[in-house]
Ligand binder design. Structure first.
Ligand SMILES: [Zn+2]
Length: 271
């Protein structure tokens, strides 16, 4: 991917992660290229790469759709799976993890940026990358060759961070990672298993509010406002998914508001 394509990829990824492009929304290559002020080629490349990330899916007529955010059931299933696999992986890592990988965990922790103040993907990108990298190192250190491969397909970190960025989530997670690393380094499988389990339980509990009261995502203030948002008022790449969300109907604030269909987009413009 060229440097331009890389920038375009990051720009579109941020729009998807912040839900400035709503889950399920149609994305047209020419509309998005126009709004980003670039040719269609890097946009096409970026959307294909984002499909591999699980954030877009190909639709008709050279267009794409943003994938849906995971449902509550899928979220609970994902954590049930992680509870089975990751404490076990941490225990194996404590028993037989190579020193290079344990050192790499320490480096990943040392390099993690200070907590962001703005809950936008731009600010959280480094934290997301740390989280993904740290868990990947634990999976590698388990010595099970299939575990890192299986987790790569789950897109755990992208899905979780797309769901919800809350203030403080990152710093707490990093502290929990430090406990996991310390237990692995000391070669204590029981402590590593317990630390990973505690981290996953805490992580699930931090993310669960994203599903409460139909609030599927972050607050309006967390929406990203960027240069892309000024040009897409009408018929551009952004189209709200036309499927009614029954959760929205339960929220009294949302009733009888004709602007609802464009709510998430307008928030991205106003914030
Ligand atoms: Zn983590």
């Amino acid at each position: 991917m060229s440097a331009l394509a890389g920038n375009v990829y990051e720009s579109i990824k941020a729009l998807l992660m912040d839900q400035a492009i709503a889950p399920g929304a149609k994305i047209t290559i020419d509309g998005l290229a126009r709004d980003l002020g670039v040719s269609q080629t890097p946009v096409r490349e970026a959307l294909a790469a984002l499909e591999a990330d699980g954030l877009t899916v190909k639709a008709f007529n050279r267009s794409y759709r943003a994938t849906a955010v995971i449902t509550r059931d899928e979220f609970e299933d994902l954590f049930a799976l992680r509870f089975q696999l990751e404490p076990w992986a941490a225990a194996l890592a404590a028993r037989r993890g190579p020193a290079e990988l344990v050192d790499a965990m320490a480096r990943s922790l040392a390099e993690v940026p200070p907590a962001p103040f703005e809950a936008s993907y731009d600010e959280y990108r480094a934290l997301t990358q740390h989280d993904q990298h740290f868990h990947h190192l634990v999976h590698l250190a388990s010595g099970n060759s299939q575990l890192p491969i299986a987790f790569e397909r789950l897109h755990v970190h992208l899905q979780n961070f797309r769901l919800y960025y809350g203030s403080g989530i990152g710093t707490q997670a990093v502290r929990e990672h430090e406990a996991i690393h310390a237990a692995i380094r000391s070669g204590d499988p029981a402590a590593a298993r317990a630390a990973m389990k505690a981290h996953l339980v805490a992580s699930r509990n931090r993310l669960r509010p994203a599903f409460a009261n139909g609030a599927r995502s972050r607050s309006a203030t967390s929406r990203r406002s960027g240069s892309l948002d000024q040009s897409d008022q009408s018929d551009g790449w952004y189209q709200q998914h036309d499927q009614n969300d029954p959760k929205d109907q339960n929220d009294p604030k949302d009733q009888n508001d004709p602007k609802d269909q464009h709510r998430s987009h307008e928030q991205s413009v106003e914030s």
